[in-house]
Design a binder for this molecule. Structure first.
Ligand code: SF4
Ligand code: SF4
Length: 105
């Protein structure tokens, strides 16, 4: 004998699974954020702390020990350089994306 209630449950569960798998496949991958890294030369004393703390090696030191932004695309926006700079000489902020309207204007 066929247990109809069980068959209904199985169909219903299967439908739910399909819906869930569709929803997960439609989830968007978050866009990579871009960051603007500014070093204020007048305040920087070339201690190298920002470079030492940067986990992505975005900030490097030149031959005279002054920091420079090697590759801002690697920046995760963690803010470690900012919070460790003793002279508030570095700023990291997320770049604003242009809207379609701004691109047209
Ligand atoms: S931590 Fe600040 S003062 Fe030191 S090198 Fe970096 S920006 Fe300059
Ligand atoms: S915000 Fe983080 S990843 Fe970006 S430059 Fe500073 S320490 Fe490096």
């Amino acid at each position: 004998m066929i247990d109809e209630s069980n068959t209904k449950n199985t169909l219903s569960d299967s439908g739910a699974e399909t819906t869930a798998s569709l929803e997960s496949s439609q989830k968007k991958i978050p866009e990579k954020k871009d960051y603007q890294i500014d070093i204020f030369r007048d305040w920087c004393k070339s201690c190298g702390i920002c470079s030492a703390f940067c986990p992505r090696q975005c900030i490097q030191l030149d031959e005279s020990g002054s920091p420079f932004v090697k590759d801002s695309k690697l920046c995760s926006g963690c803010g470690w350089c900012e919070v460790h700079c003793p002279d508030f000489a570095i700023s990291v902020r997320q770049k604003r994306r242009r809207t379609t309207r701004e691109n047209v204007d």
